[in-house]
Write a protein that binds this ligand. Structure first.
Ligand code: ZN
Length: 121
């Protein structure tokens, strides 16, 4: 289950970022997840919940924003969305393409919980 390794890495980043911004509790985390990562959203959520216990992200909502797989043909430079792992150029039929998106896996943003904004009132 590679979701465990992914989430473990994400939690370290969240923890560091939260400290850096003086955030004591995180309400919501938005993740960009490329489809090539083959991450199972349900598994990812479950792992996130488990790892978030006793951290700044405990109880935080996890938003998974899927990124479609896109590729560029190395022959005609056409850019296209790749359906179902068919990496053939729809314009010229060449099989040589460069993947330009779909391998993302990062924290796009997180929102602090209201309590940590007390000093702004
Ligand atoms: Zn092409």
């Amino acid at each position: 289950m590679h979701e465990t390794a992914i989430v473990s890495g994400l939690m370290r980043i969240l923890d560091t970022q939260a400290r850096a911004h003086d955030v004591k509790r995180i309400a919501r985390v938005t993740l960009k997840v490329g489809r090539l990562r083959a991450v199972e959203p349900a598994q990812l959520r479950l792992c996130f919940e488990l790892f978030a216990e006793d951290t700044v992200a405990a109880g935080a909502q996890l938003v998974i924003d899927p990124v479609p797989v896109r590729a560029r043909c190395t022959h005609c430079q056409a850019e296209f969305e790749v359906p179902r792992y068919r990496f053939d150029c729809p314009r010229c039929g060449a099989g040589e393409v460069t993947v330009i998106s779909g391998q993302e896996l990062y924290i796009e943003s997180f929102e602090p919980a209201e309590e940590s904004r007390d000093d702004e009132r």
